[in-house]
Design a protein around this ligand. Structure first.
Ligand code: EPU
Length: 422
């Protein structure tokens, strides 16, 4: 197994490029199942999660051609309607395959999707199942898998009782080839959703309102070939911005869309962290003093849960106390234990809230990455810390950040990858 060895406190500066958005790629790949024609995807991030998604497409009968960041996918015939335990266990986004397989084959079988520690029992799929039922599907919950059948899906009116990103995208995909009209209410509004809708519309789908709480879809018989340019990863953008501020470095972040992290940048302004933005770049200036600020995670355009863990490291470097309130996931503050081991002053109030008293000096430690976002957070903490940090289980980091060590070394970081791949 590979690990990262990081010597902290190296001076960082320069430019870092943002790659294509993982959470856009993981929807656009299975969306290719909805058409028999060729789909070309540009700016595909080269990460473990997209590799798993493309492997799953091959298992389903897709022909795939990959040249650098461009991937062509065509699935003339769907060779099976099931998702294997082996693939599904590795990444939660395998749930995104259920709706397009169901829409195209009239049937789908899949086990409970896995992934990181956040992917276990704490990440239910009840709203997907409920949504499919609302479209007329028969859902059987067996001991070790789900079996969903619908000769044809029917348009419906569906209200999401909890705002869910993948749930919104799954229902949007299911409704494209359904008979009649669908109205989805209380939808998620993350930027990956309207870009998925615009792309599917270019293929012939009829979706309006994506990016607002109400999405209307008029079912069509088929959708055609398509080309899709994956938007820059807004979580990478925010993570690199936090990395720059927390290590007090001047870093220019390129190939990004700063408007997608407005919540973070508004907070930076309140914290005295200066930055400049262009249409597709963002430069963070080294802050002298970081004013503490309380954050509460929220659905888009609020503060993203995926930036909560990196932000928590920034809070350890602020002058005073910050309250971090995680509202989306139960287990996303457990990693703060590792920050405490590194020397951070952290009080866990309850599973959803921690208070961080800064500034703290951090020290290198031996750590294990529990999930993707906590993993990148360990790297940021290690770059601030005095001494050496060893981070194990870096598959979790490679799931979502392409060549993270290479890109950080280019900024001056002392980070080495050792050991073999899984
Ligand atoms: N929920 C249910 N039932 C469901 C689905 C979700 O109760 O059937 C609940 C969840 O338990 C959670 C809340 O709804 O409390 C919101 O979760 P959501 O469904 O929005 O999360 P997701 O769609 O599974 C996506 C991203 C996550 C990101 C969240 C929130 C993808 C592949 N994943 O997950 O990304 O944290 O939205 O923005 O798009 C990551 O990239 O590290 C990551 C975890």
């Amino acid at each position: 197994m590979s690990k990262f060895i990081i010597q902290g406190q190296a001076k960082l500066s320069g430019e870092i490029e943002v790659k294509g958005a993982k959470n856009a790629a993981l929807k656009i790949i299975p969306a290719a199942i909805l058409s028999r024609e060729k789909i070309t995807i540009y700016n595909m991030p080269n990460i473990e999660d997209t590799d798993r998604a493309l492997e799953l497409m091959e298992e389903l009968g897709a022909e795939i051609k990959r040249t650098n960041a461009t991937v062509e996918i065509q699935i003339k015939e769907l060779s099976k309607n099931g998702i294997s335990e082996k693939t599904s266990g590795k990444f939660r986004a395998s749930i995104m395959f259920a709706a397009p397989i169901l829409a195209r084959a009239g049937e789908v079988k899949f086990p409970h999707p896995g992934g990181c520690v956040l992917g276990a029992a704490t990440r239910p799929i009840d709203l997907f199942l409920d949504g499919f039922r609302a479209m007329g599907a028969e859902v059987k919950e067996k001991e070790d898998h789900y079996h969903i059948k619908a000769k044809k899906l029917n348009g419906c009116e569906y209200f999401f009782t909890t705002v869910t990103v993948t749930g919104t995208e799954a229902m949007m995909m299911a409704a494209i080839l359904a008979e009649g009209n669908t109205v989805l209410k209380n939808c998620a509004m993350e930027p990956e959703i309207p870009v998925l809708a615009e792309y599917l519309n270019r293929q012939g789908a009829r979706i309006i309102g994506a990016g607002t709480p109400t999405i209307k879809i008029e079912g069509v018989k088929e959708i055609k070939a398509g080309k899709f340019n994956i938007i820059p990863d807004r979580i990478e953008t925010g993570t690199f911005a936090i990395l720059a501020a927390a290590t007090k470095s001047e870093i220019k972040i390129t190939n990004c869309n700063p408007s997608h992290i407005e919540s973070l940048l508004s907070i930076f302004t309140k914290q005295g962290i200066k930055f400049e933005t262009g249409e597709d770049w963002l430069r963070i200036m080294p802050p002298k003093n970081i004013t503490p600020y309380n954050i509460k995670t929220h659905e888009y355009p609020g503060f993203p849960t995926d930036l909560q863990s990196p932000y928590t490291v920034l809070a350890t470097q602020a002058n005073g106390s910050s309250l971090i309130h995680e509202t989306i996931y139960e287990r996303r503050l457990l990693f703060t234990d590792m920050l405490a081991q590194m020397g951070a002053d952290i009080i866990m109030c309850d599973p959803h809230r921690v208070v961080i008293n800064g500034p703290s000096k951090l020290y290198g430690r031996k750590l294990t990455s529990p999930d993707l976002r906590a993993g990148i957070t360990m790297i940021i903490a290690a770059l601030i810390a005095e001494g050496e940090t060893e981070i194990d289980n870096i598959y979790q980091i490679d799931r979502g950040y392409e060549d993270i060590d290479g890109r950080l070394r280019a900024l001056g970081a002392d980070i080495k990858r050792i050991g073999t791949l899984l």
